[in-house]
Design a protein around this ligand. Structure first.
Ligand code: ADP
Ligand code: ASP
Ligand code: MG
Length: 418
Protein backbone atom coordinates (compact mmCIF):
# COMPACT_ATOMS: atom_id res chain seq x y z
CA UNK A 1 0.00 0.00 0.00
CA UNK A 2 1.29 3.51 -0.71
CA UNK A 3 1.61 5.47 2.49
CA UNK A 4 1.12 9.12 3.40
CA UNK A 5 2.01 11.05 6.53
CA UNK A 6 -0.46 13.81 7.40
CA UNK A 7 0.32 16.15 10.31
CA UNK A 8 -2.26 18.43 11.91
CA UNK A 9 -1.04 21.32 14.05
CA UNK A 10 -2.68 22.80 17.14
CA UNK A 11 -5.20 25.11 15.45
CA UNK A 12 -6.20 22.28 13.10
CA UNK A 13 -7.27 20.11 16.06
CA UNK A 14 -8.30 22.95 18.37
CA UNK A 15 -11.76 21.51 19.12
CA UNK A 16 -13.98 18.55 18.25
CA UNK A 17 -15.33 20.06 15.05
CA UNK A 18 -11.83 20.80 13.78
CA UNK A 19 -10.77 17.26 14.63
CA UNK A 20 -13.72 16.10 12.56
CA UNK A 21 -12.65 18.38 9.71
CA UNK A 22 -9.12 16.96 9.85
CA UNK A 23 -10.48 13.40 10.02
CA UNK A 24 -12.41 14.01 6.79
CA UNK A 25 -9.15 14.92 5.05
CA UNK A 26 -7.64 11.68 6.31
CA UNK A 27 -10.68 9.72 5.14
CA UNK A 28 -10.30 11.20 1.64
CA UNK A 29 -6.74 9.93 1.39
CA UNK A 30 -7.78 6.48 2.66
CA UNK A 31 -10.46 6.43 -0.05
CA UNK A 32 -7.76 7.28 -2.61
CA UNK A 33 -6.01 4.06 -1.54
CA UNK A 34 -3.44 5.22 0.98
CA UNK A 35 -2.51 3.86 4.35
CA UNK A 36 -2.07 6.95 6.50
CA UNK A 37 0.05 7.83 9.49
CA UNK A 38 -1.54 10.86 11.12
CA UNK A 39 0.59 12.95 13.47
CA UNK A 40 -1.32 15.24 15.79
CA UNK A 41 -0.35 18.21 17.94
CA UNK A 42 -2.08 19.17 21.15
CA UNK A 43 -5.15 21.42 20.85
CA UNK A 44 -3.89 24.97 20.34
CA UNK A 45 -2.96 26.74 23.56
CA UNK A 46 -2.80 23.54 25.61
CA UNK A 47 0.97 23.09 25.50
CA UNK A 48 1.49 26.75 26.44
CA UNK A 49 -0.90 26.37 29.34
CA UNK A 50 0.96 23.32 30.64
CA UNK A 51 4.37 24.98 30.24
CA UNK A 52 2.95 27.82 32.36
CA UNK A 53 1.82 25.37 35.05
CA UNK A 54 5.28 23.82 35.20
CA UNK A 55 7.05 27.17 35.40
CA UNK A 56 4.69 28.41 38.12
CA UNK A 57 5.33 25.28 40.15
CA UNK A 58 9.11 25.20 39.83
CA UNK A 59 11.38 27.93 38.48
CA UNK A 60 14.39 25.77 37.60
CA UNK A 61 12.24 22.70 37.00
CA UNK A 62 13.29 19.07 36.56
CA UNK A 63 13.08 18.56 32.79
CA UNK A 64 11.86 14.96 33.17
CA UNK A 65 8.74 16.19 34.91
CA UNK A 66 8.34 19.04 32.40
CA UNK A 67 8.17 16.37 29.69
CA UNK A 68 5.77 14.22 31.70
CA UNK A 69 3.38 17.17 31.86
CA UNK A 70 3.70 18.93 28.51
CA UNK A 71 3.64 15.78 26.37
CA UNK A 72 0.12 14.98 27.54
CA UNK A 73 -1.79 17.30 25.20
CA UNK A 74 -0.95 15.13 22.21
CA UNK A 75 -2.29 12.00 23.94
CA UNK A 76 -5.74 13.57 24.07
CA UNK A 77 -5.89 14.58 20.41
CA UNK A 78 -4.47 11.24 19.22
CA UNK A 79 -7.21 9.32 21.01
CA UNK A 80 -9.93 11.70 19.87
CA UNK A 81 -8.76 11.58 16.26
CA UNK A 82 -8.77 7.76 16.29
CA UNK A 83 -12.28 7.74 17.78
CA UNK A 84 -13.56 10.24 15.20
CA UNK A 85 -12.12 8.16 12.35
CA UNK A 86 -13.71 5.01 13.78
CA UNK A 87 -17.06 6.83 13.92
CA UNK A 88 -16.62 7.60 10.22
CA UNK A 89 -15.99 3.93 9.47
CA UNK A 90 -12.23 4.25 9.03
CA UNK A 91 -10.30 1.60 11.00
CA UNK A 92 -7.87 3.65 13.11
CA UNK A 93 -5.74 3.14 16.19
CA UNK A 94 -3.91 5.74 18.31
CA UNK A 95 -0.29 5.47 19.41
CA UNK A 96 1.58 7.28 22.15
CA UNK A 97 5.32 7.67 21.64
CA UNK A 98 6.33 4.82 23.96
CA UNK A 99 3.91 2.41 22.31
CA UNK A 100 5.46 2.72 18.85
CA UNK A 101 8.15 3.04 20.34
CA UNK A 102 9.64 6.37 19.23
CA UNK A 103 13.12 5.97 20.71
CA UNK A 104 14.89 9.22 21.53
CA UNK A 105 17.89 10.52 23.44
CA UNK A 106 17.40 11.41 27.11
CA UNK A 107 17.83 15.17 26.57
CA UNK A 108 14.50 16.11 28.12
CA UNK A 109 12.81 19.09 26.52
CA UNK A 110 14.82 18.81 23.30
CA UNK A 111 15.29 15.10 22.68
CA UNK A 112 16.36 13.72 19.31
CA UNK A 113 15.24 10.59 17.51
CA UNK A 114 17.34 7.47 17.73
CA UNK A 115 15.02 5.21 15.76
CA UNK A 116 11.40 4.40 15.03
CA UNK A 117 10.91 0.63 14.63
CA UNK A 118 8.14 -0.06 12.10
CA UNK A 119 7.04 -3.49 13.33
CA UNK A 120 4.21 -2.57 15.70
CA UNK A 121 2.47 -0.15 13.38
CA UNK A 122 2.99 -2.38 10.34
CA UNK A 123 1.44 -5.28 12.22
CA UNK A 124 -1.68 -3.16 12.78
CA UNK A 125 -1.84 -2.15 9.12
CA UNK A 126 -1.56 -5.87 8.27
CA UNK A 127 -4.57 -6.55 10.52
CA UNK A 128 -6.62 -4.18 8.34
CA UNK A 129 -6.25 -0.86 10.14
CA UNK A 130 -5.98 1.97 7.62
CA UNK A 131 -4.77 4.75 9.91
CA UNK A 132 -2.22 5.00 12.71
CA UNK A 133 -2.74 8.20 14.70
CA UNK A 134 0.52 9.04 16.45
CA UNK A 135 0.91 11.61 19.21
CA UNK A 136 3.43 14.17 17.93
CA UNK A 137 6.15 15.93 19.93
CA UNK A 138 6.95 12.98 22.22
CA UNK A 139 9.14 9.91 22.48
CA UNK A 140 10.67 7.62 25.05
CA UNK A 141 14.23 7.50 26.37
CA UNK A 142 16.37 4.41 26.97
CA UNK A 143 15.52 4.86 30.66
CA UNK A 144 11.86 4.43 29.77
CA UNK A 145 10.86 8.01 30.49
CA UNK A 146 8.70 10.21 28.25
CA UNK A 147 10.68 12.83 26.33
CA UNK A 148 9.67 15.81 24.18
CA UNK A 149 11.33 17.17 21.06
CA UNK A 150 11.21 20.93 21.68
CA UNK A 151 8.40 23.36 20.82
CA UNK A 152 6.86 22.75 17.44
CA UNK A 153 8.24 19.20 17.56
CA UNK A 154 5.25 17.49 15.95
CA UNK A 155 6.54 18.67 12.56
CA UNK A 156 9.69 16.69 13.24
CA UNK A 157 7.70 13.64 14.34
CA UNK A 158 5.88 13.80 11.00
CA UNK A 159 9.03 13.99 8.89
CA UNK A 160 10.73 11.25 10.93
CA UNK A 161 7.76 8.91 10.31
CA UNK A 162 7.75 9.77 6.62
CA UNK A 163 11.43 8.86 6.45
CA UNK A 164 11.11 5.70 8.57
CA UNK A 165 8.11 4.36 6.63
CA UNK A 166 9.16 5.57 3.16
CA UNK A 167 6.01 7.68 2.80
CA UNK A 168 5.14 9.06 -0.61
CA UNK A 169 4.75 12.52 0.94
CA UNK A 170 4.68 14.30 4.27
CA UNK A 171 1.83 16.81 4.36
CA UNK A 172 1.92 19.42 7.13
CA UNK A 173 -1.60 20.80 7.58
CA UNK A 174 -1.68 24.13 9.39
CA UNK A 175 -3.57 27.43 9.70
CA UNK A 176 -1.93 29.08 6.66
CA UNK A 177 -2.05 27.73 3.12
CA UNK A 178 1.70 27.45 2.65
CA UNK A 179 5.07 29.01 3.32
CA UNK A 180 5.08 32.75 2.67
CA UNK A 181 7.84 35.24 1.96
CA UNK A 182 7.33 36.34 5.55
CA UNK A 183 4.77 35.75 8.29
CA UNK A 184 1.45 36.72 6.66
CA UNK A 185 0.19 37.74 10.10
CA UNK A 186 2.53 40.69 10.33
CA UNK A 187 2.96 41.65 6.69
CA UNK A 188 -0.13 41.78 4.53
CA UNK A 189 1.96 41.89 1.35
CA UNK A 190 3.49 38.48 2.16
CA UNK A 191 3.29 36.17 -0.84
CA UNK A 192 2.79 32.43 -0.82
CA UNK A 193 5.58 30.47 -2.47
CA UNK A 194 4.92 27.48 -4.75
CA UNK A 195 8.24 25.94 -3.80
CA UNK A 196 11.06 26.72 -1.43
CA UNK A 197 14.51 25.15 -1.25
CA UNK A 198 15.37 23.04 1.81
CA UNK A 199 18.29 25.29 2.67
CA UNK A 200 16.19 28.46 2.61
CA UNK A 201 13.43 26.84 4.64
CA UNK A 202 16.03 25.65 7.11
CA UNK A 203 17.34 29.19 7.60
CA UNK A 204 13.86 30.73 7.79
CA UNK A 205 12.80 28.15 10.38
CA UNK A 206 15.89 28.52 12.51
CA UNK A 207 15.57 32.32 12.37
CA UNK A 208 12.05 32.25 13.74
CA UNK A 209 9.51 31.35 11.02
CA UNK A 210 7.64 28.85 13.13
CA UNK A 211 5.63 27.33 10.28
CA UNK A 212 8.05 24.35 10.40
CA UNK A 213 10.31 23.25 13.22
CA UNK A 214 13.96 23.58 12.12
CA UNK A 215 14.80 19.98 12.88
CA UNK A 216 11.95 18.76 10.66
CA UNK A 217 13.50 20.56 7.68
CA UNK A 218 16.93 19.13 8.49
CA UNK A 219 15.50 15.61 8.54
CA UNK A 220 13.51 16.11 5.34
CA UNK A 221 16.64 17.38 3.60
CA UNK A 222 18.76 14.49 4.82
CA UNK A 223 16.24 11.72 4.02
CA UNK A 224 14.83 13.33 0.86
CA UNK A 225 11.28 13.48 2.22
CA UNK A 226 8.78 15.26 -0.03
CA UNK A 227 7.56 17.87 2.42
CA UNK A 228 4.53 20.04 1.83
CA UNK A 229 2.84 22.75 3.91
CA UNK A 230 -0.86 23.35 3.29
CA UNK A 231 -4.09 24.56 4.89
CA UNK A 232 -6.34 22.34 6.94
CA UNK A 233 -9.20 24.83 6.47
CA UNK A 234 -9.42 24.74 2.68
CA UNK A 235 -10.13 22.12 0.05
CA UNK A 236 -6.77 20.85 -1.06
CA UNK A 237 -5.33 18.52 -3.70
CA UNK A 238 -1.86 17.34 -4.77
CA UNK A 239 -0.97 20.79 -6.08
CA UNK A 240 -1.96 22.82 -3.00
CA UNK A 241 0.37 24.51 -0.58
CA UNK A 242 4.12 24.93 -0.72
CA UNK A 243 6.57 22.17 -1.58
CA UNK A 244 9.88 22.20 0.28
CA UNK A 245 12.34 20.65 -2.15
CA UNK A 246 15.85 20.57 -3.60
CA UNK A 247 17.29 23.77 -4.98
CA UNK A 248 17.45 22.45 -8.55
CA UNK A 249 13.69 21.81 -8.61
CA UNK A 250 13.21 25.59 -8.41
CA UNK A 251 13.35 27.68 -11.55
CA UNK A 252 13.09 31.24 -10.31
CA UNK A 253 15.37 32.24 -7.52
CA UNK A 254 15.56 35.70 -6.02
CA UNK A 255 18.51 37.12 -4.18
CA UNK A 256 16.43 37.40 -1.03
CA UNK A 257 13.51 35.01 -0.81
CA UNK A 258 12.19 35.56 2.69
CA UNK A 259 12.22 37.61 5.87
CA UNK A 260 12.05 35.99 9.31
CA UNK A 261 11.80 37.41 12.79
CA UNK A 262 12.20 36.22 16.31
CA UNK A 263 10.37 38.28 18.89
CA UNK A 264 11.54 36.98 22.23
CA UNK A 265 15.21 37.79 22.14
CA UNK A 266 17.39 39.30 24.84
CA UNK A 267 20.86 40.81 24.70
CA UNK A 268 23.44 40.57 27.48
CA UNK A 269 26.78 42.40 27.62
CA UNK A 270 29.60 41.55 29.99
CA UNK A 271 31.60 44.76 30.33
CA UNK A 272 35.34 44.84 30.82
CA UNK A 273 36.12 41.16 30.67
CA UNK A 274 39.83 40.56 30.96
CA UNK A 275 41.17 39.98 27.43
CA UNK A 276 43.21 36.77 27.36
CA UNK A 277 43.15 33.40 25.58
CA UNK A 278 40.44 31.14 26.95
CA UNK A 279 38.08 33.81 28.24
CA UNK A 280 35.46 33.31 25.50
CA UNK A 281 35.67 29.56 26.03
CA UNK A 282 35.10 30.06 29.76
CA UNK A 283 32.07 32.34 29.29
CA UNK A 284 30.32 30.42 26.55
CA UNK A 285 31.31 27.05 27.97
CA UNK A 286 29.56 27.95 31.24
CA UNK A 287 26.47 29.14 29.37
CA UNK A 288 26.37 26.00 27.23
CA UNK A 289 26.71 23.77 30.30
CA UNK A 290 23.67 25.54 31.76
CA UNK A 291 21.69 24.82 28.58
CA UNK A 292 21.57 28.45 27.39
CA UNK A 293 21.12 28.82 23.62
CA UNK A 294 23.44 31.64 22.73
CA UNK A 295 22.92 32.93 19.21
CA UNK A 296 24.70 36.12 18.07
CA UNK A 297 28.06 37.02 19.63
CA UNK A 298 30.04 40.24 19.36
CA UNK A 299 33.34 41.01 21.03
CA UNK A 300 34.76 44.52 21.05
CA UNK A 301 37.42 46.49 22.87
CA UNK A 302 36.25 48.03 26.14
CA UNK A 303 36.24 51.74 26.61
CA UNK A 304 39.28 52.62 28.72
CA UNK A 305 38.03 54.62 31.69
CA UNK A 306 41.37 54.50 33.50
CA UNK A 307 44.25 55.34 31.08
CA UNK A 308 46.84 54.16 33.61
CA UNK A 309 45.31 50.67 33.54
CA UNK A 310 47.46 48.81 31.00
CA UNK A 311 45.60 45.49 31.08
CA UNK A 312 43.54 44.75 28.00
CA UNK A 313 39.78 44.42 28.41
CA UNK A 314 36.99 43.40 26.12
CA UNK A 315 33.19 43.69 26.11
CA UNK A 316 31.35 40.51 25.25
CA UNK A 317 27.79 40.83 23.89
CA UNK A 318 25.52 37.91 23.06
CA UNK A 319 21.87 37.25 22.33
CA UNK A 320 19.68 34.51 23.82
CA UNK A 321 15.98 33.71 24.22
CA UNK A 322 14.30 36.01 26.78
CA UNK A 323 13.17 33.12 28.94
CA UNK A 324 16.78 31.96 29.43
CA UNK A 325 18.05 35.22 30.95
CA UNK A 326 17.71 34.00 34.56
CA UNK A 327 19.46 30.76 33.72
CA UNK A 328 22.28 32.70 32.02
CA UNK A 329 22.71 35.04 34.98
CA UNK A 330 22.95 32.11 37.31
CA UNK A 331 25.54 30.41 35.09
CA UNK A 332 27.62 33.60 34.97
CA UNK A 333 27.44 34.01 38.76
CA UNK A 334 28.54 30.44 39.31
CA UNK A 335 31.38 30.69 36.79
CA UNK A 336 32.76 33.92 38.27
CA UNK A 337 32.44 32.53 41.80
CA UNK A 338 34.53 29.57 40.61
CA UNK A 339 37.16 32.01 39.27
CA UNK A 340 36.66 31.15 35.60
CA UNK A 341 36.57 34.80 34.46
CA UNK A 342 36.01 38.33 35.81
CA UNK A 343 34.08 41.29 34.45
CA UNK A 344 33.06 44.69 35.78
CA UNK A 345 29.32 44.74 35.10
CA UNK A 346 26.50 43.02 33.24
CA UNK A 347 23.96 44.89 31.07
CA UNK A 348 20.78 43.04 30.09
CA UNK A 349 18.28 44.21 27.47
CA UNK A 350 15.14 42.09 27.21
CA UNK A 351 13.36 44.32 24.68
CA UNK A 352 15.03 43.27 21.47
CA UNK A 353 14.03 41.21 18.45
CA UNK A 354 15.94 39.61 15.61
CA UNK A 355 15.04 40.25 11.98
CA UNK A 356 16.73 38.33 9.17
CA UNK A 357 16.73 38.16 5.39
CA UNK A 358 17.38 34.81 3.72
CA UNK A 359 18.15 33.74 0.16
CA UNK A 360 20.40 31.31 -1.66
CA UNK A 361 20.92 33.99 -4.32
CA UNK A 362 23.00 35.93 -1.77
CA UNK A 363 25.89 33.56 -2.43
CA UNK A 364 26.60 35.26 -5.73
CA UNK A 365 25.35 38.78 -5.07
CA UNK A 366 27.17 41.66 -3.38
CA UNK A 367 25.54 44.61 -1.67
CA UNK A 368 22.66 42.79 0.02
CA UNK A 369 23.79 43.80 3.50
CA UNK A 370 24.22 47.44 2.47
CA UNK A 371 20.72 47.45 0.97
CA UNK A 372 19.26 45.90 4.12
CA UNK A 373 20.99 48.39 6.44
CA UNK A 374 19.94 51.34 4.26
CA UNK A 375 16.30 50.18 4.39
CA UNK A 376 16.44 50.03 8.18
CA UNK A 377 18.17 53.42 8.39
CA UNK A 378 15.45 54.96 6.24
CA UNK A 379 12.95 53.88 8.92
CA UNK A 380 15.23 55.17 11.68
CA UNK A 381 15.72 51.69 13.09
CA UNK A 382 18.98 51.34 15.00
CA UNK A 383 20.93 48.09 14.59
CA UNK A 384 22.45 46.66 17.78
CA UNK A 385 24.12 43.47 16.58
CA UNK A 386 24.71 42.02 13.10
CA UNK A 387 25.54 38.47 12.04
CA UNK A 388 25.82 37.00 8.56
CA UNK A 389 26.26 33.65 6.89
CA UNK A 390 26.43 32.65 3.24
CA UNK A 391 22.68 32.87 2.74
CA UNK A 392 21.38 35.09 5.55
CA UNK A 393 21.88 38.42 7.32
CA UNK A 394 20.43 38.97 10.80
CA UNK A 395 20.16 42.10 12.89
CA UNK A 396 19.13 42.67 16.47
CA UNK A 397 16.91 45.73 16.94
CA UNK A 398 14.50 47.21 19.50
CA UNK A 399 11.43 44.98 19.63
CA UNK A 400 9.03 47.88 19.08
CA UNK A 401 10.40 48.30 15.54
CA UNK A 402 10.23 44.62 14.63
CA UNK A 403 7.09 44.66 12.46
CA UNK A 404 8.13 47.89 10.80
CA UNK A 405 11.51 46.38 9.96
CA UNK A 406 9.97 43.21 8.51
CA UNK A 407 7.62 45.24 6.30
CA UNK A 408 10.37 47.61 5.17
CA UNK A 409 12.66 44.74 4.20
CA UNK A 410 9.83 42.93 2.44
CA UNK A 411 9.28 46.08 0.35
CA UNK A 412 12.95 46.77 -0.28
CA UNK A 413 13.61 43.31 -1.66
CA UNK A 414 10.29 43.36 -3.58
CA UNK A 415 9.16 40.05 -2.13
CA UNK A 416 5.54 40.70 -3.01
CA UNK A 417 6.50 40.20 -6.65
CA UNK A 418 7.09 36.68 -7.97
P1 ADP B 1 0.76 24.62 13.81
O1 ADP B 1 0.01 24.81 15.09
O2 ADP B 1 -0.09 24.14 12.70
O3 ADP B 1 2.01 23.82 13.99
P2 ADP B 1 2.30 27.07 13.86
O4 ADP B 1 1.63 28.17 14.62
O5 ADP B 1 3.39 26.33 14.54
O6 ADP B 1 1.16 26.09 13.35
O7 ADP B 1 2.87 27.62 12.48
C1 ADP B 1 2.02 28.31 11.58
C2 ADP B 1 2.22 29.81 11.75
O8 ADP B 1 3.53 30.16 11.35
C3 ADP B 1 1.32 30.66 10.88
O9 ADP B 1 0.08 30.89 11.48
C4 ADP B 1 2.14 31.95 10.70
O10 ADP B 1 1.68 32.99 11.54
C5 ADP B 1 3.54 31.56 11.15
N1 ADP B 1 4.57 31.90 10.17
C6 ADP B 1 5.72 32.55 10.44
N2 ADP B 1 6.44 32.73 9.34
C7 ADP B 1 5.74 32.19 8.32
C8 ADP B 1 5.99 32.07 6.92
N3 ADP B 1 7.09 32.54 6.35
N4 ADP B 1 5.04 31.45 6.16
C9 ADP B 1 3.92 30.96 6.72
N5 ADP B 1 3.64 31.05 8.04
C10 ADP B 1 4.54 31.65 8.84
N1 ASP C 1 2.22 20.86 21.05
C1 ASP C 1 3.65 21.11 20.89
C2 ASP C 1 3.92 22.60 20.92
O1 ASP C 1 3.01 23.40 21.04
C3 ASP C 1 4.20 20.49 19.65
C4 ASP C 1 3.61 20.97 18.35
O2 ASP C 1 2.51 21.48 18.31
O3 ASP C 1 4.29 20.80 17.33
O4 ASP C 1 5.06 23.00 20.86
MG1 MG D 1 3.95 24.32 14.68
Amino acid sequence: MPLLVMKFGGTSVADLSRIENAAKKVQQEVERGYDVIVIVSAMSGKTNEMVGWVESTSKLYDAREYDAVVSSGENVTAGLMALRLQEMGVPARSWQGWQVPINTTSVHGSARFIDIPRANIEAKFAEGFKVAVVAGFQGVSAEGRITTLGRGGSDTTAVAFAAAFGAERCDIYTDVDGVYTTDPRICRKARKMEKIAFEEMLELASLGAKVLQTRSVELAMRYKVRLRVLSSFEDTDETSGTLVCDEDEIMESKVVSGVAYSRDEAKMTLLKVEDRPGVAAAIFGSLADAGVNVDMIVQNISEQDDPSDKRAHTDMTFSLPTNQVDRAKQAIDEATAAGKFVYSSLVTDTDVAKVSVVGIGMRSQVGVAAKMFAALAAENVNIKVITTSEIKISVLIDRKYMELAVQALHDTFELDQA
